[in-house]
Design a protein around this ligand. Structure first.
Ligand code: ADP
Ligand code: MG
Length: 247
């Protein structure tokens, strides 16, 4: 299958510190890629460079062959990149429906009318399993509800590529399973390609097609979820050196 996203030699320096170091990977159309790594390994920075929140120091990010490196967040959104934030950022004084409608308007760059924006918003809320009743508010949304709203807002922008950052943060085991199933459904039913960032492997491995593991800003592993679980370097990053592990 053709690559939808191609990341090549991506590097991001903050002053003298290299947070992302020559990272290369590609994502096929319709694939779910898990981008894993411990805290501080460079996952969100990689994300933010792809989505235009940060300008890469070096390297290339191509979506369907078109260079995105250096574009702003609204430009990448209009070219088909939808993203969630690790820390949910809803407009608390707007209803769920207004939050999603606003995202639909933003994602289209004002190219769609109100009816179409509302249609996209309703569809995205349903897909994220939130009420599409226009009066439903953000009040009483727990961690799982806020993560769903992040997804609904990203989906409202009609993305080709969905970047999901730490969708499982703060969720209990049952909610994690639901979140994983939801991402799978988004791909299966809508054909949306997904890059899913997490620092924990768990339930993610049952849903993703392929895994890229980062450590200290560099790629230490790429391959199937099964192979990731058997890889010595991945185990070391997640569990510590063999001699330090409990027998
Ligand atoms: P992850 O998402 O994998 O937990 P991040 O990409 O957030 O990791 O961070 C990678 C490294 O870059 C960390 O050491 C972090 O402290 C550093 N970092 C991230 N953003 C900035 C910034 N804006 N300025 C300086 N250092 C940063
Ligand atoms: Mg992060």
């Amino acid at each position: 299958m053709a690559a939808l996203l191609e990341v090549n030699g991506l590097t991001k320096r903050f002053g003298g510190f290299t947070a992302v170091d020559q990272v290369s990977f590609s994502v096929a159309e319709g694939e779910i890629l898990g981008l894993l790594g411990p805290n501080g390994s460079g996952k969100s920075t990689t994300f933010n460079c792809i989505a235009g929140m940060l300008k890469p120091s070096e390297g290339s990010v191509k979506l369907a062959g078109e260079e995105l490196a250096g574009l702003t967040a609204d430009e990448t959104c209009r070219r088909g990149i939808g993203r969630t934030f690790q820390i949910p950022r809803p407009f608390r004084n707007l209803t769920l429906f207004e939050n999603a409608t606003l995202a639909a308007h933003f994602g289209s760059g004002g190219a769609i009318d109100r009816a179409e924006a509302e249609h996209r918003a309703r569809d995205a809320l349903r897909l994220a399993q939130l009420p599409d009743d226009p009066t439903a508010t953000t009040k009483g949304l727990g961690a799982a509800g806020l993560k769903k709203l992040e997804l609904a807002r990203a989906l409202s922008t009609a993305p080709k590529l969905l970047l999901a950052d730490e969708s499982l943060g703060g969720l209990d085991a049952g909610e994690m399973r639901q979140a994983a199933d939801m991402l799978k459904r988004i791909r299966d039913e809508r054909g949306i390609t997904i890059v899913w960032v997490e620092h924990i492997m768990g339930v993610l491995l049952s849903v993703v097609d392929r895994v890229v593991v980062l450590d200290h800003g560099g790629v230490i592993f790429q391959g199937s979820p099964q192979a990731a679980q058997e890889d010595a370097k991945v185990a070391e990053v997640y569990l510590g050196p063999p001699e330090a592990r409990a027998a």
